[in-house]
Design a protein around this ligand. Structure first.
Ligand code: ACO
Length: 496
């Protein structure tokens, strides 16, 4: 095709050199814009975006920017059933181009069939970039390795949600606002006691997130920027508290109140590992390690849970409902649940006394659906860059915490054997982020069933950023795939 693409059109401030449209003074409230001015169609009519003014008077963009980088300069043609149709070819800032088939059914009377959306871009997005062949991951253009070395989870959360790195004062006020929103309604705390003690913490997390929405029904209009901003902060502040209560419930310990004198990660660790009868001492090794792990999970473009969040959001459902659904999607063992499955797999190998070689043989023979959990990825056909960082951290953290875990040695042995084996080489299967995270979470003292919950807290900024991007994208429509019907043809009801 070989087209040249230019003429980037700014549809929002803050990206690709687009100038931000300043709306009013910092002291102005968003309500001056009107609660419905944020609706995609009214945005189009207004022709400009309005930065949110938060409670503390800060201005920020509403979730960064989707630029119209997909300028059409090239065409793809398709001949089917005697019709030849032309489609624009769109190119983003980076990555492979997309054929825009919006008019396909209209032009040809056909749909496309793409199980697992392997070839289908569901949206334009300006948040995260992955090159699976090269093992590249960037948030808002910044390589994950640089962020891992220099940034923090809260800084990255801001970056993902608002599109640019925060200034020192923006970060301080963001941190402060999150600290002030950590309390849960006392009635919601009683919600936990109505669930069985055996409840999986991921189910508890999702259910309590949905329940959280009932306390904010009058402030949950997805098209009201003030509501969206407030609920963004509420979610960031309260999800870790809910997660810690799910943990405490599962081990039968009393819930602690958040300690807002502590930073985000320390507060979370105290809620999980503190007890009412003792003073909690912050362990900087744990703080650093957990901050890194949360940051590495913060976004991963259109994966299954994020696509769920965007799809639910496309119906006009609020942030709590969309994120509760995302948590459920994340829980599956093929997605976020893999970190739990990896530890279970390692434990089974150790307990059975089976050699690693024999286990790998069983994986290759696809015995009873046996898989090497924590290996393989839909997008990465190279070493997952996050897995590299986690592997490095695992050794450091275990050493600093004075923990020696034979499961880490087993994981390394498994990796070594798999990486040299033709089965894995031919299929380009490498360790993904979940392969080593569990070993670190275990060393910190988290039970296996909490691992995916930790993933969910890490992923929250990404879900929020993606939800906000979708809701403000004028091209967003309710997600509604087609199908290829393979059931019975019309037949007459014969009577029973
Ligand atoms: N162990 C053994 N074989 C595997 C594995 C694995 N972990 N992953 C893929 N394969 C094999 C498949 O059996 C298939 O083999 P075939 O060509 O002989 O049929 C081939 O590799 C291609 O695999 P697909 O399942 O088609 O790849 P897909 O992109 O659909 O799946 C997935 C990706 C779901 C991540 C898969 O690799 C997997 O199940 N991995 C284990 C679970 C896991 O770790 N999930 C976490 C992903 S990362 C995340 O969500 C945070």
């Amino acid at each position: 095709m070989g087209a040249s693409f230019g003429g980037v059109i700014c549809t929002r401030p803050g990206l690709l050199g687009c100038k931000s449209t300043v709306f009013g003074q910092p002291s102005e409230r968003v309500s001056t814009v009107g609660p419905h001015s944020w609706h995609p169609r009214s945005r189009k009519a207004a022709g400009a975006s309005a930065p949110v003014v938060d409670e503390l008077g800060d201005q920020k963009s509403q979730g960064g920017a989707v630029s119209d980088a997909g300028t059409q300069n090239d065409k793809a043609t398709l001949s089917v059933g005697g019709t030849t149709a032309e489609f624009p070819v769109l190119r983003g800032t980076d990555g492979i181009p997309s054929i825009d088939i919006a008019s396909l059914t209209k032009q040809t009377g056909h749909t496309t069939l793409d199980y697992g959306f392997v070839n289908t871009a569901s949206t334009k997005s300006a948040i995260t970039y992955i090159d699976g062949d090269q093992g590249i991951l960037r948030y808002r253009g910044y390589p994950i390795e640089q962020l891992a070395k220099n940034s923090t989870y809260l800084e990255v959360a801001w970056l993902l949600i608002y599109g640019e790195l925060p200034s020192a004062s923006e970060l301080a006020s963001f941190d402060e606002r999150i600290r002030r929103h950590t309390l849960l309604h006392e009635d919601l705390k009683r919600f936990f006691s109505s669930l069985p003690p055996t409840a999986h913490p991921m189910s508890v997390l999702s259910a309590a997130t949905a329940a959280l929405s009932t306390y904010y029904e009058s402030e949950s209009d997805p098209h009201n920027p003030e509501h969206v901003e407030l609920n963004t902060v509420r979610m960031l502040a309260k999800l870790p508290v809910i997660a810690a209560y799910a943990h405490k419930k599962s081990i039968g310990q009393a819930f602690l109140y958040p300690d807002n004198s502590l930073g985000f990660v320390d507060n979370f660790l105290k809620l999980n590992f503190g007890v009412l009868s003792e003073i909690y001492e912050v362990n900087p090794v744990m703080t650093k390690a957990l901050d890194l792990l949360l940051m590495l999970h913060a976004d991963h473009e259109q994966n299954a849970s994020t696509s769920t969040v965007r799809l639910v959001g496309s119906t006009g459902a609020n942030q709590f409902a969309s994120i509760s659904a995302g948590i459920q999607a994340l829980s599956g063992p093929l997605h976020g649940g893999a970190n739990e499955a990896v530890l279970q797999m390692l434990g089974r190998i150790r307990d059975s006394g089976e050699s690693v070689e024999r286990f790998v043989e069983r994986v290759k023979n696809k015995e009873d659906g046996v898989k090497l959990m924590g290996f393989g990825h839909r997008v990465y056909k190279n070493y997952d860059p996050r897995a590299k960082l986690v592997k490095e951290a695992a050794d450091e953290v275990l050493e600093a915490l004075g923990v020696s875990d034979p499961l880490l040695d087993l994981a390394k042995e498994l990796e070594q054997i798999a990486l040299e084996d033709d089965y894995f080489k031919e299929r380009r299967l490498y360790p993904n982020v979940d392969f080593y995270t569990g070993v670190i979470y275990k060393a910190m003292g988290f039970p296996t069933r909490m691992f995916t919950v930790l993933f969910a807290i890490g992923r929250l900024p990404g879900w929020l950023a993606q939800w906000r991007e979708a809701i403000t994208d004028p091209q967003t429509k309710i997600g509604r795939p087609q199908q290829l019907y393979t059931g019975a043809a019309e037949r007459n009801y014969p009577g029973v």
